[in-house]
Design a protein around this ligand. Structure first.
Ligand SMILES: [Zn+2]
Length: 117
């Protein structure tokens, strides 16, 4: 039984009361949107794809990539970067996931470009 103060008269009322029993002032019951509490999928996709590609490469660090594989890797590394940028610009909550995805994606991109020469 949590009590809150009325927005109109300041009297203590129950937190679920839609309006104040004393003065009738309507209380703001709009619950915080649950969406802002959960990570947006762009954050998760960015981080997951980046970590997956990183683990993929870390498993075979001495592998010599062909030109085709490098091009494929460049395309793949654009996924976490793209989703990361989309996530950072639209969803502040969980931004660290997208930033991590962008950083890892950029490293993969640079590694792939470096292997092409
Ligand atoms: Zn009141």
């Amino acid at each position: 039984m949590a009590m809150v103060f009325c927005r109109g008269c300041g009297k203590q009322i129950h937190e679920t009361a839609p309006c104040c029993p004393s003065c009738g002032a309507v209380q703001n019951l709009a619950p915080a949107p649950t969406q802002s509490q959960s990570y947006h999928w762009t954050h998760i996709v960015s981080l997951v794809t980046a970590v997956l590609f990183f683990l993929l490469l870390a498993a075979e660090p001495d592998q010599q990539w062909t030109q085709d594989e490098c091009i494929g890797l460049i395309v793949l590394s654009l996924l976490p970067i793209g989703f990361g940028i989309a996530g950072v610009s639209s969803r502040p909550h969980g931004r660290w996931m997208s930033i991590t995805g962008i950083i890892i994606g950029t490293l993969l991109l640079l590694a792939a470009i470096g292997n092409m020469s």
